[in-house]
Structure formats: structure tokens, C-alpha cells
Design a protein around this ligand. Structure first.
Ligand SMILES: Nc1ncnc2c1ncn2[C@@H]1O[C@H](COP(=O)(O)OP(=O)(O)O)[C@@H](O)[C@H]1O
Ligand SMILES: [Mg+2]
Length: 258
């Protein structure tokens, strides 16, 4: 490989696995913290070489991979200010379907590992975890959409675009919802058992709250509501505000009905 002189390259980002520098308009280099990470990511990029949403690999060495540079915005940020379009939804579904077909152990990704470029094309830039074990459905992707209240709409696009796979995606989403509700119920039972102790209020980041937060009545709060434990119910309002301020009034109204 040509001598690059990393110190002269533009730093474009870093994560748990390494640092990325721009070489030119077409290429960037990721320097890995551990060889294990390099091996996992190289295996994923090679497996996905025929899929057009993975950056091309140009070269690699002991601790680096030179790959296609993809300018754009991470999808998690993009969806904060843009609606989920049919175009984005079908590329997401394609991503999962194609990864499945290519034999990835984890046909799934976080939204933050996807970049959307100026033409609206999606790229999976950080596939290091796609070779790891995973539940048999795209949990991270659906969780990301649920959190943003976009899961139902995503499913609607799937119904139009992939009528044959629609039922399967619907089951994926149902599985995710029922798991987050079960976890929420467990959290509820645990907190209800903490007699006489200070109850920690859930933080905005609590997974059960986040997963369920995208629905009109968040599963987490619904489970607390179902608990019929007075002291839990007393906590309800303040917790609601922490987890999902938008739904606070709705929960409050529901509480009054009982
Ligand atoms: N191919 C690429 N094109 C453009 N930017 C990239 C590319 N790969 C990584 N980056 C940038 O570098 C950051 C860190 O890279 P990433 O692969 O996510 O590292 P890690 O595996 O350590 O999380 C990304 O968040 C992104 O901003
Ligand atoms: Mg990353």
C-alpha cells in the first residue's frame, strides 16, 4: 500500500473498534484497536461484497482496512428531522433481506451504523457486529424505528412492497413489543418488591421505556398501570414525564378512568 502518513489525513470519526481517516474523496482508512475487530469487519465486508450498500474494500493490513468513503448523515440523526419515506423503508427491508440471503449471522443493524448519502441511498458502514450471534429477527433496526414512532409506518410500507414477507415482519414487531412489555412488567414487579427502599425512577434511557415509548400508551407505563399497586401508580405521573412527556396526558386520563 502507498505510504499514507496518517497524521496528515483528515480524522472523520472514531468508535469502539477504531478510528477512521479520510484518504481522498473515494477512500477512507479505519485503524482497528484489536485484530479481532478487524477480522470480524473484514469478514462481514467480504461476505457483503456483492451487496451495494456495503462500502467497497480496497486494501487491508494487520490493523487497518481501506474502504470506500461514504459522505452523508447517520440515519438515526437524519430521522430526527425527516419522515420515514417509502424509499428509505424499502432500502432498510432490502438490507435485512439481502444480509439474510448472504448468510450473515446478524441480519440487523442499528440505525446509527447506516449512512444516508445525498442521493438518499443507504450504506451500512459499521458491520463489525453482523457476524455475531443474534435473535432471529432484526431487533436493533426495529427498536430504532419503534423509538421514533416509525415502526407501524415501516410495516405499512413492507405490506405494500413485500406482501409475501409482511406477515413475518409483523411477527418480528409483535415479538419485540411483547418482549419489551414483559421486561417492563418484571421491572415493575421488582420495584414493587422494594418495600421501604427508595425506588429509582427509570431514566430516559431505560430500555423498556425506550422500546415501548413509540406507542400511544407506552408498554412500560401500561405495565405499571396494570400492576394495580397504589404506590406504583403514584409514581406514574412523574415517571411518565421522564420517559415520554408527549404521552403524559394520555396516561393521566387512563389513570383517572380506573
Ligand atoms: N466508509 C465510511 N465513510 C464515511 N465515514 C465513515 C466510514 N466509516 C466510518 N465512518 C465514520 O467514522 C465513524 C467511526 O466509524 P465506525 O465504523 O462506526 O467505527 P466503530 O466500529 O469503532 O464504531 C463513523 O461514525 C462515521 O462517522
Ligand atoms: Mg460505530
Amino acid at each position: 500500500m502507498e505510504k499514507l502518513g496518517i497524521e496528515r489525513l483528515e480524522f472523520i470519526g472514531a468508535g469502539k473498534h477504531g478510528e477512521v481517516y479520510k484518504i481522498d474523496e473515494k477512500r477512507c482508512i479505519k485503524i482497528y484497536r484489536k485484530r479481532r475487530y478487524l477480522r470480524l469487519e473484514l469478514a462481514a465486508l467480504q461476505r457483503g461484497a456483492e451487496a451495494e450498500f456495503f462500502p467497497k474494500v480496497y486494501d487491508w493490513g494487520r490493523d487497518y482496512i481501506v474502504r470506500e468513503y461514504v459522505p452523508g448523515i447517520p440515519l438515526n440523526e437524519y430521522l430526527r428531522t425527516h419522515p420515514l419515506t417509502e424509499e428509505v423503508a424499502h432500502q432498510l427491508a432490502d438490507m435485512v433481506e439481502i444480509m439474510r440471503r448472504l448468510g450473515f449471522r446478524r441480519a440487523d443493524t442499528r440505525l446509527s451504523h447506516i449512512i444516508i448519502d445525498e442521493n438518499g441511498k443507504l450504506w451500512l458502514i459499521d458491520p463489525v457486529n453482523t457476524m455475531k450471534k443474534s435473535p432471529p429477527y432484526p431487533r436493533k433496526l426495529l427498536k430504532g424505528l419503534m423509538r421514533r414512532g416509525m415502526a407501524e409506518q415501516f410495516l405499512e410500507y413492507i405490506r405494500k412492497r413485500y406482501p409475501d414477507n409482511y406477515r413475518q415482519w409483523q411477527l418480528h414487531l409483535d415479538t419485540l413489543i411483547s418482549r419489551s412489555n414483559k421486561r417492563a412488567a418484571t421491572t415493575c414487579r421488582l420495584t414493587a418488591n422494594m418495600e421501604g427502599q427508595d425506588r429509582p425512577a427509570p431514566r430516559r434511557n431505560d430500555c423498556a421505556g425506550k422500546e415501548a415509548g413509540a406507542f400511544s400508551l407506552p408498554g412500560y407505563l401500561w405495565s405499571i398501570h396494570e400492576c394495580r399497586d397504589k404506590s406504583e401508580k403514584d409514581q406514574l405521573e412523574s415517571w411518565t414525564k421522564i420517559i415520554n412527556p408527549k404521552n403524559s396526558q394520555e396516561i393521566h386520563a387512563k389513570k383517572q378512568e380506573t
